[in-house]
Design a protein around this ligand. Sequence first.
Ligand code: S3P
Length: 181
Amino acid sequence: MREIPLKEQSIVLIGFMGVGKTTIGQAVAKKLYRDFIDIDEEIERRFGMPPKEIFAKYGEAVFRHHEKEIISEICHKKLKVISLGGGAFLQKEVQDVCLATTTIFFLDLSWNSWKDRISLLIDSRPVLQGKNMEEIKELFDDRQPIYEQHHSRIITDNQEIEEIADYIVDSLKLAWELYAG
Ligand code: S3P
């Protein structure tokens, strides 16, 4: 497989559910004149049902299998901005394909900021359902190490969407300039 030049690599956003990967990804795509792809929406489009229903009807393993297949396919496309579901990076194959073909930004939001968003997320996120606050905190903590596989981390606490998107675009432009070729 030929390596994709840095400037043409797709940009991938990772991080825990509800940190703003989709909204920030759309803003970054707009600023870079690129197409935006949300993997959960792509899975929903192909399955004809949202992740919550796929989990309920076929189970998490089926969701993860399709998530992996779709990410492996889409990461090889150039010049996209892609947001991944918060659990996608649990799969080593997903980490490997993203690290090899894309530029990965980890959107890092602290537990204290994240926990205020929970009421907005609980209905649509199957992995949160049936869990108490302590168990959700455990899931949050357990997931953090998987996001350490990234090219750049952004602390998003108290930051506006536009600020974060500008930071991503500026750091990309700097990297493209420094490592052009
Ligand atoms: C999941 C996160 C969701 C979605 C699915 C599973 C997870 O995506 O892929 O509900 O395991 O963390 P978001 O991170 O966009 O909420």
